[in-house]
Design a protein around this ligand. Structure first.
Ligand code: GLV
Ligand code: GLV
Length: 337
């Protein structure tokens, strides 16, 4: 019998067909938020799983599971996985880095431009039928310029670098803050200068967050940080909910301590803080920064490539492309020998 794979979300049929060449595939046909109990039961009956960011795979969910070998995450961020618990259980975990870098960078710019120039609020006004008969003023709907301003990037991984490279065409000055300094060649390529976090907050006209979510990064942007930013500044979050204190952000936006925000991720999503929902100067999107046709396909392909290779099939058998805890595979080899 073929080994069994569970796919927790509907995926592209041709991608699933590729998986079926090697596996007995059980794929969810509709989107569904699995409770920890459901997840535990699903994972208990399979050799490998492809999971989404809403599936929390932790020690409790893995308890008593002696069958599961591989968990492939559909996303670059993997704060939904307890990688230590997976490693202890001898389960290989993987994510989808690199393939989504440029699409997420594109989307960060979509939010910067839309929030800076009030695209969504203006569209709501137009669609509501206000334009005819409104005597729209010459100084209505004024946003702030994007070109020539200072772009600040907090978290300068591959996505941050992609955002920075795009700023060249907008003639922006680019500042960044990161745990470690980028190699000089990369800094030059991105036209980016390392500054302290405080300097970044004070100088950025557009501050874009591209940090991974870790307990230390919770509320990296809260009331004290927002207070240090320019009143004309625009905040963009394409990283993870919880990096920003959404309640504090809503207060800052309402009271004019910040001009606008563009948010793709939220604390407690899919719920969005009601104060953010009611503000005009914030552009909201439902965690879709990687959702281009090409990139979502590439992510699905990469996730199943990890499953296929880790389970010993295909051309790259034994060499999954993007493992998070590759040492687990040495233990498999040792226990077989
Ligand atoms: C999306 O949020 C991802 O981590 O890929
Ligand atoms: C994601 O891959 C990043 O490095 O920012």
């Amino acid at each position: 019998a073929k080994p069994k794979v569970w796919v927790s979300r509907p995926l592209f049929p041709d991608v699933l067909a590729r998986l079926s060449e090697h596996f007995d595939v059980e794929a969810e046909a509709v989107e569904h938020r699995h409770t920890p109990d459901e997840l535990k039961r699903k994972l208990a009956g399979v050799d490998a799983a492809v999971v989404g960011l809403a599936d929390r795979v932790d020690a409790a969910v893995l308890e008593g599971n002696h069958r599961l070998k591989v968990v492939a995450n559909l996303g670059v961020g993997f704060n939904n996985l307890d990688v230590d618990a997976l490693t202890r259980a001898g389960i290989l975990a993987s994510n989808t880095p690199e393939v989504l870098t440029e699409s997420v960078a594109d989307f960060a710019w979509a939010l910067m431009l839309a929030a800076g120039r009030r695209v969504n609020a203006a569209e709501r006004w137009l669609r509501a039928g206000h334009w005819p008969g409104s005597h729209m003023r010459f100084d209505d709907w004024l946003g702030g310029d994007i070109h020539g301003r200072t772009l600040g990037i907090l978290g300068m991984g591959r996505i941050g670098q992609g955002i920075a490279r795009r700023a060249f065409g907008f003639d922006m000055r680019v500042l960044y803050h990161n745990r470690s300094r980028l190699p000089e060649t990369v800094e030059r390529e991105c036209h980016a200068t390392l500054v302290s976090k405080d300097e970044l907050l004070r100088q950025a006209d557009f501050l874009v967050l591209v940090l991974p979510f870790t307990p230390e990064n919770r509320h990296v942007i809260g009331a004290p940080e927002l207070a240090r930013m320019k009143r004309s500044a625009v905040l963009v979050n394409v990283a993870r909910g919880g990096i920003v204190d959404d309640a504090a952000l809503a207060v800052a936006l309402r009271e004019g301590h910040l001009a606008a925000a563009g948010l793709d991720v939220f604390e407690g999503e899919p719920s969005v803080h009601p104060d953010l929902m009611s503000l005009e100067n914030v552009v909201l999107s439902p965690h879709i920064a990687s959702a281009s046709e090409e990139t979502r396909r590439a992510m699905a392909d990469l996730a199943i490539d990890n499953v296929i290779a880790a389970m010993g099939f295909g051309e790259s058998a034994g060499k999954p492309p993007t493992p998070l805890n590759p040492a687990v595979m040495n233990r498999w080899a040792a226990s077989k020998a």
